[in-house]
Design a binder for this molecule. Structure first.
Ligand SMILES: Cc1ncc(C[n+]2csc(CCOP(=O)(O)OP(=O)(O)O)c2C)c(N)n1
Length: 496
């Protein structure tokens, strides 16, 4: 890939105050939108936006979202599609409290989002931006970052304009570094309102966090040997499709070595569901049968209370953080752990297995055919199940899921919070499906769908939510934003 040419030559920028400099810097770093629900802390930013618009300066487009749950989820949805960091701003402590559920979802969903919030003015008089209404005393907390600290990768406070570039770049770099996730920055009102003449910054859009690409060859060799020796290998994935390029790499590896792919949970389109090697959604029985298991971006590849791999099975984990150091307890067996961008690791594994696949063609063809037959049988059962429930009243979820599948075309993206049943609807294209993050903080779906639509306006967005998930999603706010920002989506409420 060609790298953008960068210069470290500082670019002078006329900024009346820190707020203007901050917005100019964010625009330079590729931030397109500012999802926000304002308060008195926003005043310097709003004034800066007015001045900057008048003189045609670049800034992230403000998107008013009248509930933080929706703002966080919109940013999450947009980040999934655009694969770029997003920006949210909430009103001091109270707005941060409303963001928290969305921040937890962003953390478990690896969404690179810069969450920001104003801070109540600290000074009681004497500075531009000093306290001037009652809430400025009552909304201040001792440690605002503590509200979110466990759920972000980094938090900090902007203390002066001099450090602006360092702080913003550090926030965006950490958010986008794998495993990517949310960061949190507080913006005191006096700092935003501080005059700053002669400000300059280093232009270098867009910011790129440290990337994980190539796996260590030793791990690949060890994993490939186990897959080569196995009679009954299995691939387990839940989130490899977060990188759309990894899907083709997974299909290529599965095809080459005739390995079935099971999705115990589905957060993305990971593997085409009509592919003969798609082995459904129940990893339980398959895990017990397998003698080599390749787990690719699956946080919970099976439930140990229900099943375990055979004691002699080799278990390989591939991912950006393959042993989930971000989860307090995670005790799955690990024989080989490969920390890498999944696409790179899967391609490297395929390279290692190519000669073997050519040598063992007949045996692998047989295995492929056997899995293909199981795939067909399973799908026939699912089709029968849908047919048998087509007359049910109230509308049955299996039938509804299949009916939604019928209206989805090449241009459709489906966002699911909760009740869409995976076995009754097919997804083939990377980026055609986004499921709620495993944190399960309900209220994600409506906003996420709007964020997807914002990032991909040419797509038709279908958002499936349970009636509970719908209510948690702040529907008044979500529908208001849908209308105000011209972001149409089809919302399907699965009502039990
Ligand atoms: C913020 C939050 N509060 C509570 C829960 C617990 N919870 C899990 S499922 C659920 C009900 C969801 O209702 P609905 O979307 O209608 O799905 P259903 O199970 O009824 O099909 C609740 C309240 C949660 N996951 N997140």
């Amino acid at each position: 890939m060609e790298r953008p040419k960068r210069s470290r030559q500082p670019r002078p920028f006329v900024a009346a105050d820190t707020a203007e400099a901050y917005l100019a810097l964010l625009a330079d770093r590729g931030i397109r939108h500012l999802f926000g629900n304002g308060g008195t802390d926003f005043a310097p930013l709003i004034e800066a936006l007015v001045r900057m618009e008048a003189r045609g300066a670049a800034f992230p487009k403000p998107v008013t979202v009248p509930h933080e749950q929706v703002a966080a989820s919109m940013a999450h949805g947009a980040s999934l599609v655009a694969r770029e960091p997003q920006l949210v701003m909430a009103h001091v402590t109270v707005g941060t409290a409303n963001l928290l559920n969305g921040i937890m979802n962003a953390k478990r969903g690896n969404a690179p989002i810069l969450f920001t919030a104003g801070r109540s003015p600290i000074t009681e008089r004497g500075l531009r931006g000093s306290r001037d209404i009652h809430i400025h005393w009552a909304q201040e907390s001792f440690d605002q970052g503590a509200i979110v600290r466990e759920w972000v990768k980094w938090d900090y406070e902007l203390r002066n304009a001099v450090q602006l570039e360092t702080v913003v770049d550090r926030a965006l770099s950490i958010a986008t570094a794998e495993p990517s996730g949310p960061v949190y920055l507080t913006l005191p009102r006096e700092v935003l309102a501080q005059e700053c003449a002669n400000w300059s910054f280093t232009p270098r859009a867009p910011i790129v966090g440290t990337r994980l690409e190539h796996p260590k060859p030793a791990g690949i060799a060890e994993a490939a040997a186990a897959l080569r020796d196995a009679k009954n290998p299995l691939i387990v994935t839940s989130a490899v499709g977060r990188d759309p390029n990894a899907v083709a790499a997974l299909v290529a590896l599965a095809d080459l070595a005739a390995i079935p792919v099971v999705e115990p949970s589905r957060y993305f389109t990971n593997f085409p569901t009509t592919h003969p090697l798609h082995a459904g959604y129940d990893s339980g029985s398959l895990v017990a049968e397998a003698d080599a298991i390749l787990v690719v971006e699956a946080d919970v590849p099976w439930f140990p209370t229900k099943t375990s791999p055979h004691a002699d099975a080799t278990v390989i984990h591939v991912g950006v953080d393959p042993m989930y150091s971000r989860y307090p307890i995670w005790g799955f067996p690990v024989d080989v752990a490969i920390t890498a961008a999944p696409a790179a690791a899967l391609r490297a594994l395929a390279d290692e297995l190519r000669d073997f696949a050519a040598r063992e063609r007949d045996r692998l063809d047989e295995r492929r055919a056997a899995w293909g037959a199981r795939h067909e049988k399973r799908r026939r059962r699912w089709r029968d199940e849908v047919a048998s429930r087509s007359e049910a009243s109230p509308v049955d979820f299996a039938w509804l899921s299949a009916a939604i599948g019928e209206i989805c075309d090449e241009q459709t993206v489906c966002v699911n919070e909760y009740d869409l049943q995976p076995q009754f609807i097919d997804f083939e294209r990377p980026g055609s499906y986004y499921g709620y993050p495993a944190s399960g903080g309900l209220g994600w779906g409506l906003g996420a769908a709007l964020g997807v639509k914002l990032a991909a306006p040419e797509k038709t967005v279908v958002c499936c939510v349970g009636d509970g998930a719908y209510l948690f999603g702040e529907p008044l706010s979500a529908h208001w934003v849908s209308r105000a920002q011209s972001l149409p989506a089809l919302f399907v409420v699965f009502n039990t």
